[in-house]
Design a protein around this ligand. Structure first.
Ligand code: FES
Length: 157
């Protein structure tokens, strides 16, 4: 076998390998795209329910902000509970409870709510949302931020 012949065979092998590599890349890429196409687009959201604590954790006649969940737990004098969203209904700022005035205020544009969530003043168009609050088997308060309830909904403990 001459050197020229060896070179031609090497070139042939080279192009053969390039061809096989191209086919492999095409099949691999097509498989990845096909898998992405058939796999469902799922959006994983955090759960809407959370444990707020035991009823005795909340003093009578108190408004407690759960700053992690952005929810107020209100324990009324009479001993019943209700839960309010801390998100302002104007443009979504986080409201703050003012103990001295016993009111909930929005720092962004000045809306004021009473502790029932009703708008007292400001640009907020609607009351704060009342959220479902229940007790589980162990007596813990469970709030579901995904379920709004009527303003007269209360949990009697
Ligand atoms: S976001 Fe609360 S008053 Fe505007």
């Amino acid at each position: 076998m001459t050197d020229d012949r060896k070179k031609k065979m090497n070139r042939r092998e080279f192009f053969f390998k390039i061809g096989i590599g191209s086919i492999g890349v095409t099949i691999g890429g097509g498989s990845i795209l096909s898998f992405q196409y058939i796999s469902p687009n799922v959006l994983f959201e955090p759960p809407t329910k959370f444990k707020a604590g035991l009823p005795e954790d909340f003093p009578a006649n108190s408004v407690t902000l759960n700053s992690e969940q952005l929810v107020y737990i209100v324990r009324a004098k009479a001993g019943y509970f209700y839960s309010l969203s801390a998100v302002c209904t104007h443009l979504g700022c986080i409201t703050q409870y003012r103990t001295s005035e016993n009111k909930i205020a929005c720092p962004c544009h000045g809306s004021i709510f009473d502790i029932d969530g009703q708008v007292l003043s400001g640009p907020a168009p609607r009351p704060l949302e009342h959220l479902q609050i229940e007790q589980n088997d162990r007596g813990e308060l469970i709030v579901d931020k995904g379920v709004t309830v009527n303003e007269d909904y209360v949990l009697k403990v």
